[in-house]
Structures are given as structure tokens and as C-alpha cells.
Design a protein around this ligand. Structure first.
Ligand SMILES: [Zn+2]
Length: 158
């Protein structure tokens, strides 16, 4: 009662300082930024919308991505167990639409769900991300989105 719910995790912004400032404002407003009625924080255009999902560009992409799309489950849910099989199937079609539209030769898709303290997601509202960087060459580095936490450090091999 009266306790403000927090829908965002500022620590997940990492070195993205402008993004952290936006998250701080959202936290202060105590709203979920991915719910359609609060979508004012998001400044990128909606690219595709279907019954369960909408896709847009991530406005705080990881360094080095060529494309980083955000796929939002339109209804506020947070855990995978709340998603319907129909929505799951529609997510595939939605991702395929992006692949065709942007002529993606490859990509990665990931979705975190549940308690953000386990996943390092910045927003609890269920969403997926589809991204692509550049083709591997001599001076390229892996794009490594944080997908949770470990008690052991992860050091990529060179
Ligand atoms: Zn929401």
C-alpha cells in the first residue's frame, strides 16, 4: 500500500549514461516504460505491430551493433510462463518480418524474463532483442550482452 513499484533497473544501463538518466526518470515516475500508455519515453518509431508484439529500434543499443531491434510484448507480462503459445508463434513471424525488411544475413535474438536482479534486464516488461553487428574481421570484437550473473568472472578468449 503506497509502496511504489519499480519496473526498471538503473544498474543495467552500465556505461550507457544517457540511458541511465532516462531510467532514473522512469523510476521516479514509478511506471512501466514498455506499457503502451507510457510509451512516451521511447523516441524511436514503431516498425511493425501485430496482435501481441510491436517492434521498434532500441534507443540505447549496445556498442557496435548495426541494428538492434526491441520486440515488445504489448500486454504487460514479465515471465515466460505468462506468455501464450500464440504469442510465441507470433514472435517468430515478427522476427522473420524484421529479417526480411532489413535484409539481415544473420543475427542474434535473446529474451530475458522474470526478476531483473537475475537477468540484468533494464526493464521488467517482457521483451526480446534482435541484433546484428558487423562481419568478423581482424579488428572486430564480440558483442556480449549481459544475460545474467555468475559468481565467476567471464573473460572472453582472444
Ligand atoms: Zn509494462
Amino acid at each position: 500500500m503506497g509502496a511504489k513499484r519499480t519496473f526498471v533497473d538503473l544498474d543495467a544501463a552500465g556505461p550507457r549514461h544517457e540511458y541511465r538518466a532516462i531510467l532514473a526518470k522512469i523510476k521516479k515516475d514509478a511506471v512501466c516504460p514498455f506499457c503502451p500508455q507510457n510509451f512516451k519515453y521511447h523516441t524511436r518509431p514503431i516498425l511493425h505491430e501485430t496482435r501481441h508484439w510491436l517492434s521498434t529500434e532500441n534507443f540505447a543499443p549496445y556498442i557496435g551493433t548495426k541494428h538492434q531491434f526491441l520486440l515488445l510484448h504489448k500486454k504487460h507480462i514479465e515471465h515466460l510462463t505468462e506468455m501464450s503459445p500464440a504469442a510465441w508463434g507470433e514472435l517468430l513471424k515478427h522476427a522473420q518480418w524484421l529479417c526480411k525488411k532489413y535484409d539481415l544475413p544473420a543475427g542474434s535474438i535473446f529474451m530475458r524474463f522474470g526478476d531483473v536482479k537475475y537477468t540484468n534486464a533494464s526493464v521488467a516488461h517482457l521483451h526480446a532483442q534482435l541484433l546484428i553487428g558487423t562481419k568478423r574481421a581482424k579488428k572486430t570484437f564480440p558483442i556480449a550482452p549481459p544475460l545474467g550473473f555468475s559468481t565467476k568472472p567471464y573473460i572472453p578468449k582472444k
